[in-house]
Ligand binder design. Structure first.
Ligand SMILES: *[C@@H]1O[C@H](CO)[C@@H](O)[C@H](O)[C@H]1NC(C)=O
Ligand SMILES: *[C@@H]1O[C@H](CO)[C@@H](O)[C@H](O)[C@H]1NC(C)=O
Ligand SMILES: *[C@@H]1O[C@H](CO)[C@@H](O)[C@H](O)[C@H]1NC(C)=O
Length: 551
């Protein structure tokens, strides 16, 4: 959507043609943010971000009828424009009525490329105050130089929907009344709001406006909106492919530079446990549509993923096979030999701590293995078997029944009251989420993989010895993987979980390799793949004779 304001500049000289210039904001979160574009000589062009600062942005914000400038963005934060770069070295005093009146290098005089396009984030005329996060709170409206509230008469979900969209958040979840987010102060600007739901700004909705005297602040309206980020195609609402809402459209995020602190920002924003495990590539199937963010780098303190540093909306060098996915967990296994073994650590109040080994047994270990997406437990380790952790010993005297979703649901001593030392840190060894079935020994067979608590098979499309060796290593066998396709080890039943698998060979688990997404395939069980794991230099003929001999 393009929001723009016409400004007619009539030059008061004889024989000088009438110059008409227009400023607009493109590709922003809402009508008060975006890449700055100027129409000059009938052609839209951008502004170079060199020397671009808050006083320049302030002129644009005022010109657009928005609130104060909160950020001056350079480096194509809102994506790269095309065509002319009309202005460079812009230097506004701040009092100009239009950007085109500011000092600059001259129309079209520049050494910039579009990678330097300037943008602005202006305060919108609506804000959410005193909420749980950036997408909830008391609704406040900016009018006549002052923030005021909205009275809750007739306040409903269609009104909330307009507010949620205007502040750049997801769908409206709830419309709140009776000063749910506390009473505001100052003016009450609107009442009896009746939005149809499709308006782009609250101000355009039918309502009683300005200087409401029939209400008090105990009737201030509020909203809960969904955050501008969501997880898609996961096993629960706290796992999946990361998607972000921008300009009214959902798109994906490229995995370049993505790490657990970026994942933690998303987990927190969604109200999920903040231990974020990164699943790159296609663990949750590739998305479609726009790739919105690339080279994301969060410090960890951001309230929203959209506040983190990145290349600019829609600017990327990725394709959808690099879409990032995450699993938000409150448990992790540390210092084990693979992703399914290690010291058990749990997260409370954003701090990782350990579990005391008093009463620690295989039933407790089963709950850990299951919540980590691993197979059955092999061992419940005690006495800091995987080394001593640090920080609090959160849990002690654990007694799980075995089917709890998390160790946090098991009965135990009250949180943080343990007097155990880290010498008693508990650990687990679980079976990996991959197994070999129906082979001649534990190092051969049909490949099966565990997902969402269910074992399923793998299609042999593109399967080769590199993929086989990842499986062999994961199940603890010799890493020379020989491929046995089709029904060499008999066809499996149930789910066909993976297809078009591509491993680089360095993955710790088959599930970290690229594939089409869980359960997405063009196979049937007659294509189930099998492997024989052997020493890398073991000769093919010897394998055959061993097989013949043992059959
Ligand atoms: C706005 O309110 C007026 C007065 O109540 C009413 O006549 C009109 O139909 C309303 N318009 C919309 C779009 O609801
Ligand atoms: C497990 O604990 C969480 C958090 O306390 C709770 O929301 C959930 O309902 C519990 N689940 C079960 C099955 O007890
Ligand atoms: C397996 O296939 C991938 C993708 O085509 C390729 O990069 C890799 O080199 C292959 N491995 C072997 C051992 O041929």
């Amino acid at each position: 959507m393009l929001y723009f304001l016409y400004l007619v500049l009539l030059l008061d000289f004889k024989n000088v043609p009438q110059v008409q210039a227009t400023v607009r904001l493109v590709n922003g979160f809402n009508r008060c943010s975006g890449r700055v574009e100027v129409l000059y000589n009938g052609q839209w062009g951008t502004v170079c971000g060199d020397y671009w600062d808050l006083s320049d942005a302030a002129v644009v914000c005022k010109e657009m009828g928005c609130g104060d400038a909160t950020e001056a963005k350079a480096s194509a934060y809102f994506g790269q424009g095309t065509g002319k770069i009309w202005m460079d070295n812009v230097n506004c005093v701040g009092t100009e009525s239009s950007l085109i009146n500011c000092v600059s290098a001259g129309w079209g005089v520049t050494e910039c490329g579009h990678g330097g396009d300037a943008g602005v984030i202006c305060q919108d005329l609506v804000r959410l105050v005193n909420g749980m996060d950036s997408c909830s709170g008391r609704v406040e409206v900016f009018h006549d130089g002052e923030w005021g509230t909205v009275c809750d008469n007739g306040w409903d979900l269609s009104d909330a929907a307009v507010v949620c969209r205007e502040v750049g958040c997801g769908n409206a979840r709830e419309a709140k009344i009776d000063a749910y987010f506390g009473e505001g102060v100052g003016q009450i600007w609107m009442d009896a709001t009746q939005c149809t739901g499709s308006e782009t700004a609250l101000e355009s909705c039918n309502s009683t406006k300005w200087d409401i005297e029939s209400c008090t602040h105990s009737e201030d309206a509020g909203v809960f909106c969904n955050p501008p980020v969501r997880l898609v195609n996961g096993i629960n609402s706290c796992s999946g492919r990361v998607e972000v809402l921008h300009n009214g459209q959902w798109g994906t995020v490229c995995k370049d530079f993505w790490d657990s602190s970026d994942a933690a920002v998303v987990c927190k924003e969604l109200g999920c446990p903040t231990g974020g495990e990164v699943k790159s590539f296609t663990f949750f199937a590739p998305g479609v549509g726009t790739i919105w963010m690339d080279d994301v780098q969060c410090t960890g303190t951001e309230l929203s993923l959209t506040d983190c540093t990145f290349r600019g909306w829609g600017t990327h060098n990725c394709d959808h096979t690099f879409d990032v996915g995450i699993i938000c967990r409150d448990i992790r296994l540390v210092d084990g030999s693979n992703q399914c073994s290690g010291r058990v650590e749990v997260l409370y109040n954003d701090q990782w701590g350990t579990v005391c080994d008093a009463g620690w047994d295989l039933t407790d270990a089963a709950v850990v293995c299951n919540s980590m997406g691993c197979g059955t437990p092999i061992a419940a380790e005690t006495g800091a078997f995987f080394g001593q952790g640090s920080g609090p010993v959160w849990l002690d005297d654990m007694s799980c029944s075995g089917n709890e979703p998390s160790v946090k649901n098991c009965s135990s001593m009250a949180l943080g009251t343990s007097t155990c030392s880290h010498e008693q840190d508990a650990g687990v060894v679980c079976n990996p989420p991959v197994r070999l079935v129906n082979g001649i020994n534990s190092c051969s067979g049909r490949v099966e993989v565990l997902h969402n608590g269910q074992w399923g098979t793998v299609c042999n499309d593109f399967w080769n010895t590199t993929d086989a060796s990842v499986v062999c290593k994961e199940v603890g066998c010799p890493t020379g993987g020989e491929v046995k396709s089709f029904t060499y080890f008999g066809p499996g039943g149930g789910a066909l979980w993976m297809d078009d698998v591509y491993c680089t060979g360095t993955e710790l688990s088959l599930t970290d390799c690229t594939f089409r997404g869980w359960g997405i395939h063009n196979c049937d069980h007659s294509f189930d793949v099998g492997v024989i794991c052997r020493e890398p230099d073991f000769m093919e003929t010897e394998v055959q004779s061993v097989l013949l001999f043992s059959k």
